[in-house]
Design a protein around this ligand. Structure first.
Ligand SMILES: [Zn+2]
Length: 309
């Protein structure tokens, strides 16, 4: 549910093909990193570039031993190894509900048995450095491997794909901070267009089913070429457990008229404010619509004060 203060949110079935990312069976952009936004010590490509190449290319997330490892998606644990032997050390394997297969290697311990259904974000293991018969066969990290649409035995262990291409981007607007994006596109006339907040990224906020987010969202826009005006609004998408958009809810739009001085070098300044509560799997993005031709947004600033509970 999403509550916007001062504005009841009607839920409308509106076509969003133009602005919604295409969420295919490969769950592009929905997986959770195992330990949050931490340093990657070796990329999937880095594993492939080794000499000899890695037998199971994946992404290495550098975290201290004992860090909680969280499931990338809803699914079922389908394999578990509890010995430090071989290059993998202890591992867990997750069959995700979207049909893919993920392995977490070099664990210190696993918290779930094969057959267990897990939720995205659930703690399933503790990170370690296990491998080659030792608790410290490596530097401490979590190695995550991903196969699309099959098991590693079916597809080949070396035919994994880059997990990082499938993760949910971290919130681009840190708590109690703002982010500024230079956006120099000319808006199409009378067309709702998504407002980017970083290169190729549109989302202002996202909540999972395990955390609620309460916040105040402010979008500042500087635009040139405004002779009539433009409109801004925020849209909320409700997602199902596979990350597919199942509902779309549109906030009332705010109209920002041209400033009195409409000479080309005088930017029009607009501000849209939204107190919000995200509960359940929801995400927000903003849209802009030009009321005259030739409007160019020069700068987008998004500021958020928010709290997770
Ligand atoms: Zn690795």
């Amino acid at each position: 549910m999403l509550i916007g203060a001062g504005a009841a949110l009607g839920v409308a079935a509106i076509g969003w093909d133009l602005v919604s990312p295409s969420l295919s069976a490969t769950a592009a952009g929905t997986y959770l990193r195992p330990c949050g936004d931490v340093r990657i010590s070796s990329t999937w490509q880095g594993h492939r570039d080794r000499n000899p190449p890695s037998g199971e290319p994946g992404t290495d997330y550098a975290v201290p031993i004992g860090t909680a490892v969280r499931a990338a998606a809803d699914g079922v644990i389908v394999d578990r190894k509890d010995t430090t032997t071989t290059a993998t050390g202890r591992y867990l394997a997750l069959r995700t509900d979207d049909g893919n297969y993920i392995r977490y290697l070099h664990l210190r311990s696993s918290a779930v048995l094969p057959g267990t259904r897990v939720s995205r974000g659930q703690v399933i293991a503790e990170s370690g450095a296990s491998g080659f018969g030792s608790e410290t066969g490596y530097g401490s990290h979590v190695h995550v491997s991903l196969w699309i649409g099959g098991t590693p035995l079916q597809m080949g262990f070396t035919n994994s794909v880059d997990f990082e291409n499938y993760v949910q981007p971290e919130d681009p607007v840190p708590t109690h901070q703002s982010t500024t994006y230079a956006w120099n596109g000319v808006l199409p006339l009378a067309t709702w267009t998504p407002i980017p907040v970083s290169p190729n990224f549109y989302y202002l906020a996202e909540s999972s089913h395990i955390a609620k987010e309460t916040g105040d969202l402010v979008i500042y826009l500087h635009a040139a070429g405004v002779t009539k005006g433009f409109q801004v609004r925020v849209v909320a998408e409700t997602l199902d457990s596979s990350g597919r958009v199942v509902d779309t809810s549109v906030q009332p739009s705010l109209e920002i008229p041209a400033t009195a001085d409409t000479s080309p070098n005088t930017p029009t300044f607009g501000q849209y404010t939204l107190p919000y509560l995200l509960s359940g799997r929801l995400r927000l993005f903003a849209q802009i619509r030009a009321l005259n031709a030739g409007i160019k947004v020069q700068r987008v600033i998004v500021k958020k004060n928010y709290w997770l509970s």
